[in-house]
Design a protein around this ligand. Structure first.
Ligand code: SF4
Length: 449
């Protein structure tokens, strides 16, 4: 748990010298607790207090970075069990597993598919997080060849999976600069794997299928060898057991009751041969219940669309819905006679309405009202999307200077506002659009808007 202002205050000099820009040490401590300022703004904190505060205020689940550059994957740093308490921080990396027993062409094809997989949704690009290359053949040459093919066909960060430390050493010589995740340190090889992780400064997975106690114990041993960027793998189990272990691991980490569980957890969505539908369902459960890396054996678009959508929803701050700015948006190349529509600034609403206008092939002006990121009906029910708001947006957004026509289309869900809006905007013809955005193309083609 994060430290309170009073707990931090106890470790400050208490001289109220004001050099940090705050009138008292207590005021500074309060800002620190809210994470609105850095500790180094106080030049008088002792090294001892700095170390203590850094350790105490560290998130209960360590942040681990896999890969480098734009596509690096950050996981961990979670601080809560439920997303209504506070947002979840780092969405899990959805991962494609490929094996070095595949032929070069088939392997390249799968990797190209992984590289291209993804969607744009509410203005965000949703992509795969990682590719795992597995040394199923147990053959060093084949593993190195597969890694070469992976590096040629994707720039996604890699997980290198081999139980042979000698093979891993050679693989890391080719890849360590890109900080792959090493998979994995197990009871019979953890010292050698930890030495490699330390030497190459790469994150390391710790795997023990014998239960969370044994996994935590092994993680502490690896940590004791000087490797702290760890990812935990509890092994492949049934959906129920994995779900229970993910939940217990998160609880224990948040309570700081088991030091060895204070790391992000990776899971495999299914054993070899699992039906892809089952695999997708399991992955969905693991997205909701704390997995930081989820390994799939196939990544077809029909699997990824629901998983990415779920991931995006679960990892959106529930107190700050995704929203767009209040403004006039051009859809296509509208002119002074193009239709004018209005809706709210909830991102999903904006992108759905804008998409349907595009589908109509009729260029239009879309006015967006700031209603704190609510959808149309929610904002109407909260009296945020009312006639006054609509009239204010129309009068102040600058649309009147850009168009000749005075036809305004309201969302069908707020047809009840049309009379009041017409009174407030006497120069305008107020029209009521369809209740569902999907009917907008038909409406726009049929109506003279
Ligand atoms: S600079 Fe340090 S000692 Fe001075 S008021 Fe701020 S917190 Fe207190």
């Amino acid at each position: 748990m994060a430290l309170t202002g009073i707990q931090i205050y106890k470790h400050l000099p208490k001289t109220n010298c004001k050099e940090c820009g705050f009138p008292t040490c207590l005021a500074f401590a309060m800002k620190l607790a809210q994470k609105q300022i850095e500790l180094d703004k106080c030049p008088y904190v002792s090294a001892e207090a700095k170390a203590l505060l850094a350790e105490e205020s560290a998130p209960p689940i360590r942040k681990v970075v896999i890969g480098v550059g734009e596509k690096q994957l950050e996981i961990g740093e979670e601080t809560v069990l439920f997303r209504h308490e506070k947002t979840f921080v780092h969405p899990p990396g959805i991962t494609l597993q490929v094996e070095d027993t595949l032929g070069a062409d088939e392997l390249a094809g799968k990797l190209k598919q992984a590289q291209a997989a993804g969607f744009e949704r509410v203005g965000q690009q949703l992509r795969l997080g990682l590719v795992m290359v597995k040394n199923t053949s147990k053959d060093k040459t084949k593993f190195l060849q597969a890694i070469d093919v992976a590096q040629q066909n994707t720039d996604l960060p890699l997980i290198l999976a081999s139980s042979d430390a000698a093979v891993m050493e050679v693989a890391l010589e080719k890849t360590a600069a890109n900080k792959p995740l090493i998979y994995a340190a197990a009871p019979d090889n953890y010292e050698a794997m930890a030495a490699l992780a330390k030497k190459h400064a790469c994150p390391l997975t710790v795997c023990h299928a014998g239960g969370l106690d044994k996994l935590a114990e092994l993680a502490e041993k690896v940590s004791g060898l000087g490797v702290n960027d760890l990812v935990l793998d509890p092994g492949i189990h049934s959906l129920g057991t994995t779900l229970a272990q993910l939940t217990q691991a998160r609880r224990a980490a948040l309570k700081k009751s088991a030091k060895g569980l204070g790391f992000p957890v990776m899971v495999f969505a299914g054993p070899p041969g699992i039906d892809p539908q089952q695999e997708t369902l399991r992955a969905g459960v693991y997205i909701m219940k704390y997995a930081a890396v989820i390994v799939l054996r196939s990544v077809e678009n029909w699997q990824l669309l629901p998983l990415f959508t779920l991931k995006q929803n679960i990892y959106t701050d529930p107190q700050q819905p995704l929203q767009v700015e209040e403004d006039v948006y051009k859809i296509g190349e509208p002119d002074e006679n193009s239709p004018i529509l209005i809706t709210t600034n909830f991102s999903l609403t904006y992108f759905i309405v804008a998409g349907e206008i595009e589908n109509s092939k009729i260029p239009a002006w879309l006015l967006i009202a700031d209603v704190e990121g609510m959808s149309v009906l929610t904002a109407w029910a909260a009296d945020k999307f009312n006639a006054d708001k609509i009239a204010r947006v129309v009068n102040t957004c600058g649309i009147k200077e850009q168009v000749k026509n005075r036809n305004l289309v309201l969302p069908g869900a707020v047809a009840v506002l049309s009379g009041e809006v017409a009174e407030l905007l006497p120069d305008w013809k107020v029209m009521v659009g369809p209740r569902e955005a999907s009917n907008l193309p038909k409406f726009m083609r049929e109506q003279s808007v």
